[in-house]
Ligand binder design. Structure first.
Ligand SMILES: [Zn+2]
Length: 77
């Protein structure tokens, strides 16, 4: 079973669809049982969708922001 920390580490690859089938299954299992990670993934997806709406150029800055948020989240574990 994946820990919350491992899930956070995998989350950006998950959203970019870079995970193996096994990793995706592990993430899905964890998210089903863990409310906090479910909320975290949902927020990641929402911010990623929001990023796509923005014109080019702003997204690099927001990528940095997203990375910072993920880092903060890691520190809370
Ligand atoms: Zn979790």
């Amino acid at each position: 079973m994946l820990s919350c920390k491992e899930l956070v580490a995998l989350s950006s690859d998950l959203l970019d669809c870079h995970l193996s089938v096994r990793q995706r299954v592990a993430v899905r299992m964890h998210v089903l049982m863990c409310f906090r990670c479910r909320r975290f993934i949902r927020q990641m997806r929402l911010s990623q969708a929001a990023l796509r709406q923005l014109p080019q150029g702003q997204s690099a800055e927001l990528d940095a922001l997203a990375a910072k948020l993920a880092e903060l989240r890691r520190q809370q574990q």
